[in-house]
Structures are given as C-alpha cells and as structure tokens.
Design a protein around this ligand. Structure first.
Ligand SMILES: *Cc1c(COP(=O)(O)O)cnc(C)c1O
Length: 507
C-alpha cells in the first residue's frame, strides 16, 4: 500500500493562503540561468524537489536525467517474476503506442479510427471466447475496453447487480441484500467491487489441499439474493483454473438461472491457445460475462482490459450513458472518462501481428518453460502447488518441504533472490489454508529457458547460503531488509490512517 499518499505537513505553510488573499499579477522577468552540463549544474548538487512544486524551471535535459537516474533504483521489470503484467513489446508496437500518446480514447468523434480499432478488438476477443454473434438483429455479444480487469470486473458486477435488482422489482420482491458467490482466493478487485457497490460476499473457502472453489459448495451457497457467481480462470495464488463447467452443469441440474461471470484476467489469453477444448466461456449457457486483462497474457503494456457480455440483455441499458460532449453520440460504459488510446492500439497490434498462431507459439513456450521450472524445483525438494501441462496458468507456485530443522522460510529465500535482482514474491495462501507460505514465479513472454536456468541456479545458491546461517541472523536480516529495503516497510509516505505494517499485494 504505497499509493495513498499523504501531504506532509512540514511543507505546508500559510504563506500560500496569505498570497492567495492578496493575489496580484506577477509576471516573470528573471534571467534564464540555464546550465549546460547535467552533472555540473546546480541541480545535481541538490536533492530533487519532493513536497513543494519548485518555484522555477529546470532544463529539460536535467529533468530527464535526474528522474531517469532516480528510477534506476527501481527493480528491473524483466526480473520481476511477481507480476503477470507485460514487460516486453516489439519496437514497432512501442512506436505505434508512443505515436498515440496524445490521443484521448473517449474522444470518439475526433479519433474514430481508434474507436473502431477497439470494436475490432472486442469482436476478436469475443469470438475467441465463443461469444454469440449477430450484430444486425441485436442478438450478439457486446463489450468494451477498460483500464484493466479491475475496471472490467467493477462493470460486470454493476451489470449483474442491476439486472438482479430489476428482476426483483418486477417480481415485487425486496432487493436490499444482494450477494455474490466467489472464492476466498479472489483477486483484491472483487473485494473492492463488493465493498464499493454494497454487495455481500458469500465465500467458498480454499482448504489446505484445494486452492479453487468446490463446485457443489459454490452452487449450494446460491440463494434468491445471489446476483451471480464468480469463477476464476487462473487464480492469482496458484494459477489453477476453476471448474466453470461443473458449476454451470450443477446450476442446470438444480434448475437455477444464476449467472456466472468468469474472471479470465490471466487465463483468457492462455486457454484458447493451449487447451482450446476446455469449456469455460460462452459455450456454457450460464456464463453471461467475461473479463480479461489485455496487459497480462494479452501481451500489451499496462493498462488495458476487456469485458464482454453474452448479449445486450445482460448489460442493463440504465448503465450505459450516451454522451455527445465531444461531437458524436456515443454509448459509453466505463468508470472513468478520459484515457489514452495507446493501449487499445497496442492490443490491436498484438492481435493482428501475432494472430492465433503467434499467440499459440508463445503460450506453448511459456507452458513448456513452466513445466521445466516445476520439474526442476520438484527435483530440488520443493512442494509444487500449481498445475502443469497447461492445466493451469504458466506459473509455478511452490513451497519448502516441512522440516523442523530448517532455519529459514519462503520469505527468507525470497529475500536472497531479491539480492540477486529477482523479484519472486513470498506470500501466504488464501484464508483457511493454515497460513501456508509459498513462492510464486509467473512465466511471462520474456522469461526464456535460459533465464529460467539462471533463476534455478540462484535459488540453489540462495538455499546454500541460508543453510549456513543460524536462525537468529536470518531473522535479523529479514527484519532489517523489511524495515529498510522493501517498499511496504519503508512506506512512510503513506497516510498514517492507511499505513499497513506488512501488506504483500499480488498483482
Ligand atoms: C490481475 C487480476 C485481476 C486484476 O486485473 P488488473 O488487470 O490488474 O486490474 C483480477 N482477477 C485476477 C484473477 C487477476 O489475476
């Protein structure tokens, strides 16, 4: 939690309020004291401005260099094995995206081609998920681009809630207690959606040896107030696919008409290529909406996501706004208004540049690399918690074999890897799993077999080093690292009201 920033008090003085009171025109007539060399300039001898916007300008070369230098202490995105989010795109894609930085996507009238490109993406992605077709008679699927799966999920939850409410009102029944059935291992955006939009959570808990929902238990939780069921195609914790078909079949067996939303944030661009026969999408009659992150296995830089509804009837029209501020009449269903067009354009580039064959080739390689890493770690004595052979996302979730005599845990090993530059997160499994500790490596497009071998070598070295250390020094080292080196431990800029001692978020 480092995003909710507080405004430090020491920088706030009342000079500002006084000057506002007697505001008068002050036009500049200072000499321009431009310094030619970045490191010879007075800026290099001072800290960069932190709290108060500086009074005067700095030369653009200096600003560029100083900020670039500051950012060099960030991790290397390529070695960040924690995240699903894309860290590599081809130069041509980068060029196209950079050329579109100045386009505001919402300005459909001014940038009709960008809007059309979004519609092409919606159609291609919808068809990948076997969405019903038939635009002419209004029977086909509908969808939109979003900032990411989080926004997509917010929109899908709103649509499910509204549709349920409309039905309840029509039936003369109360509509004040909507609930949503979902796994305890949902990504944080589901908790946001239910809390922000006041929907009760009905959780299906994971157990020590089951990290996905149990279909029976899920369907048993459904009642008249259930707006929908969330099924995850690739959980954030272990990458396992939830059995959407089993949930769908059980609903049919029980004669329930509960809608299913599939959170395919990661899996949506993997399964259609690696295991196309797996039925999880619009082939199943209860699946009313699906989200996918374009910036995960959709292979686009952050942030772009997609949400598709089976048909217009699943997206109550009260939620869709017709706007004409910018010229044309345009239907819009988004939480925010302005956003860049680059990501949508980047998505279109990837879809037509790679085609199905290209995506299949990449996803197949990732699956092979994940298998190889999984086998190697198993041989080294780790317990593997993720699925192999394309039965889950291309990631490896693993933990240490229980051993009373070992002085270190998964968190200590993660710190050792961090020293080498690798970001491999250690975290605890979802609630009700006896706080199982685990590590997770996400295999992304730019994680080659050679990089994988380098990681394995560093895991071995890290373990060797830890084995030579006693419990106390490992503990001390971990505390020191947490306090001084990790962003969450150091996050003094968080507002105290929101400060969390140790909060590992899983992107
Ligand atoms: C990443 C993820 C999300 C959130 O997606 P963003 O695109 O990062 O907003 C939601 N659900 C699952 C299963 C995810 O993996």
């Amino acid at each position: 939690m480092v995003h909710l920033s507080a405004i430090p008090q020491d920088e706030v003085d009342d000079k500002l309020t006084q000057s506002l009171k007697k505001a008068h025109l002050q036009l500049a007539n200072d000499d321009d004291n431009f310094a030619t060399s970045v490191y010879g300039s007075r800026f290099a001898a001072h800290d960069l401005p932190r709290h108060e916007m500086p009074e005067s300008e700095m030369p653009k070369e200096v600003a560029y260099r100083m900020i670039k230098d500051e950012l060099s202490l960030d991790g290397n995105p390529m070695l960040n094995l924690a995240s699903f989010v894309t860290t590599y795109m081809e130069e041509e894609a980068e060029k196209l995206m950079a050329e579109s930085f100045s386009k505001n996507f919402i300005d459909y009238e001014e940038y009709p081609q960008s809007a059309d490109i979004q519609n092409r993406c919606v159609s291609m992605i919808g068809r990948l998920f076997h969405a019903p077709q038939g635009e002419e008679n209004g029977a086909g699927a509908v969808g939109t681009s979003c900032v990411g799966s989080s926004e997509a999920i917010m929109l899908a939850v709103l649509a499910m809630k509204k549709r349920w409410k409309n039905k309840r009102i029509a039936a003369g029944k109360p509509w004040d207690k909507p609930n949503l059935v979902m796994s305890s291992a949902v990504q944080v955006c589901w908790e946001k959606a239910t809390r922000y939009f006041e929907v009760d959570e009905k959780l299906v808990y994971c157990t020590e040896d089951r990290y996905v929902i149990d279909p029976e238990e899920t369907v048993n939780l459904v009642d008249e107030n259930t707006i929908g069921i969330c099924a995850i195609l690739g959980t954030t914790y272990t990458g396992e696919y939830e059995d959407v078909k089993a949930v769908n079949d059980l609903l049919n067996k029980k004669g329930l008409d509960t809608p299913i939303h599939v959170d395919a944030a990661s899996g949506g661009f993997v399964t259609p290529f690696v295991i196309p026969d797996l039925e999880w999408d619009f082939r199943l009659d209860h699946v009313v909406s699906i989200n996918v992150s374009g910036h995960k296995y959709g292979l686009v830089y952050p942030g772009v996501g997609w949400v598709i509804w089976r048909g217009a009837e699943y997206l109550p029209k009260e939620l869709v706004f017709n706007i004409n501020y910018l010229g044309a009449d345009q239907a819009s269903f988004t939480l925010n208004f302005s956003k860049g067009a680059s990501q949508v354009i980047g998505q279109y580039y990837q879809l037509i540049r790679l085609g199905k064959h290209g995506y299949r080739a990449i996803m197949s390689n990732l699956t092979r690399t994940a298998n190889y890493l999984s086998d190697s770690l198993e041989n080294m004595g780790f317990i593997i918690m993720s699925k192999k052979n394309g039965e889950g996302l291309p990631l490896v979730a693993f933990r240490l074999m229980p051993d009373e005599d070992r002085n270190y845990d998964e968190f200590a090993l993660a710190h050792q890897l961090r020293v080498r530059g690798w970001v491999v997160p250690a975290y605890t499994m979802a609630p009700n799993t006896k706080n199982l500790k685990m590590l997770r490596v996400v295999v992304r497009e730019d994680f080659t077999r050679a990089r994988c071998d380098a990681l394995i070598a560093d895991i071995k070295l890290g373990q060797q080093l830890l084995e030579q250390m006693d419990k106390e020094s490992i503990q001390k080292q971990q505390e020191f690292i947490h306090k001084n080196h990790t962003a969450s431990g150091k996050a003094t800029h968080n507002h105290p009201k929101y400060r969390v001692r140790s909060c590992a978020t899983i992107p």
